[in-house]
Ligand binder design. Sequence first.
Ligand code: NDP
Length: 451
Amino acid sequence: MAVSDHVDLPTFMEGVKKRNPYQPEFVQAVQEVAEDIFEFIEDKEEYHAQQILRRIAEPDRVVSFRVCWEDDNGNVRVQRGWRVQNNNAIGPYKGGIRFHPSVTESVLKFLAFEQTFKNALTGLPMGGGKGGSNFNPKGKSVREIMRFCQSFMTELYRHIGADIDVPAGDIGVGGREIGFMFGQYKRITNNFTGVLTGKGLEWGGSLIRTEATGYGAVYFLANMLATKGEDLVGKTAVISGSGNVATHAAEKIVQLGGKVLTLSDSGGFIHDPDGLDQEKINWVKSHKTHRRGRIEEYVEAFPNATFHAGKTPWGVPCYLALPCATQNELLGDDARTLIANGCKGVSEGANMPTDLDGVHVFKAAKILYAPGKASNAGGVAVSGLEMSQNSERRSWKEDELQQMLKDIMAGIHQSCLAYGDQGGGYIDYVKGANIAGFKKVADAMLAFGVV
Ligand code: NDP
């Protein structure tokens, strides 16, 4: 039997597990994609013969490095940094940098793998990558964060470049950290280039990049609702997280007439039965970003709300749910509870927030369920537009960018319909996104031969 002959899904997954021991998040992400791709390539010999899925599930390279820095008390601290360059078949590697104590090689490999499909879905020429460190920014002074970012970039700069690999922000990395890293890159290389996205407006950043992921997730939700002749007006929404993605998703839901009932952080969730308006959302943004506070303090500012320590918000009855915090934050039982309480639409702002059991529950219930690689692609899409603006050395206007973001999210929705329409009014968005993203990358890889 030739190596290229078909293997079945369980055999393929056995191989993935064997080659990636102790990397559960990566194995989970590959499994979720492989479930759909195996069906799609069943009768497509070339994808089998060229081992395309196996190649996409093997990162082009994983760079791991030591990051030493000095804290404010003069202690030497040692962290690990990584850049995972998963696939550059359709453009330079592109994907965020995450600073969080839970970061491991497995987490970054899953994120870089997902990013490959997501970036393909945007229609822009971007490959997939991801990076980060187990550095915990919580409780660190701004000076400590600056020294860490500089030390991180002192190694990372060798592996990135405007036409090679263009990182952005993610959990724990916002505009301030991008500034520190860009400053260090520029200092080392003496090169002012669009090597990072999420930059400040004065030095090459794009309007609406900050808002794009959360807004995009809601535009995607609106596209899904429209297939049922519905919109967001009067719909209740439960959101997890209280960072960049969650607060901007909340903002757009409110702008489109919906009612946001919850937000959360790693300490628990707040339930505001009156709904969050723009003033309350602004309070959360400022409290979490500038004051680096805890979400539980919301109830002191808005006493009608309640705080639920150590809990996720999925038990609050709602029509719509947007997990916008982190991976595997919505488990099978949470999905069953949401369905039992009448939830009809889920748009993932975070990456892989729903575990495999939960994904299967949503699919079986045939609700409107958008996987992150489709619904949260608005952020990287505007990052792609930031790269174009940097190459052109100009800045586009806000209304132009807003329209482009809306069009890109509608385009991704359309791609999901093309491969996910199961008939009888049910769209399998997971399948649609996986196949549409895979096909684009796979066809480019076929053109390159065995590399
Ligand atoms: P932020 O750092 O701005 O916010 C993260 C939020 O999630 C915080 O509220 C944080 O709470 C919470 N959180 C983080 N880890 C955990 C955990 N283990 N358990 C419970 N809550 C947790 O990050 P972003 O909003 O940028 O990112 C959120 C998600 O969206 C991530 O999955 C990211 O990969 C994804 N994403 C982000 C994009 C972007 O443009 N920023 C683009 C596409 C996807 P606390 O404050 O307590 O830590």
